[in-house]
Design a protein around this ligand. Sequence first.
Ligand SMILES: [Zn+2]
Length: 245
Amino acid sequence: MRQAVILAAGILGAGAGTLIPRAAHRLSVPANSPPRAVCPHCQLAFQPGARGWIVVGNRCANCARNLGPAWPLLSGILTVTSTVLAWRLDPTTADDLVLLAAWLLVASAGLLLACVDVAVRRLPTPIVLATAATLVAIIGAAATVSHQPWMLVHSITAGGLLAGIYLLLALLGGGMGMGDVRLAGMLGLALGTTTWTAVLLGAVLPYLLAAPHAVAIGVAARGRSHLAFGPYLVSGAVLAVLATG
Ligand SMILES: [Zn+2]
């Protein structure tokens, strides 16, 4: 059972990774712009609806040029992350399995958001909010299955706490944007299903992880536009649950 869950998580991660480049490419636009609708090289219009978003790999169907980040890299990152999450969370009950699903969603949506943040220094609000709403539904399901309603309360409290901490940092001019505040809240929802130590680590680790990068580019002097904080928030949350889960 344990090996099957770990294997399934790895396969899901590998598959999800191949779907990220096209979505990341389409979402990597300036603020208040609609998602990209055509290939920038040959102007081929992307398919309407879900078929234009759920695309395997990163080649344009017409000109075969690369759109978005390299899929083997993203697939590799998600395979490793999903496998390690399944191994570390070691689900044995139905509600554990549901919570593993929540973390696999955090890893996949987090990687998509990180790609967009690196490309255009933005964290698209609809993706963050849709992921947060799905997390609340998943965690609510786990709380119901396990008859532990406190789990959902704990989760929403942790989400509010992390969003509050990052809002304070944004207001104090710590180089954060409102996108970081929303993402911190979303990650807090998932961290809140574990321990308060994980929530605390999830708040602190992103800073420690970003510190060398921030120092290297002198972010204190030049502001947020030079540092994408999203990847550090996501990796901090995943490392926090791996360290304490
Ligand atoms: Zn093209």
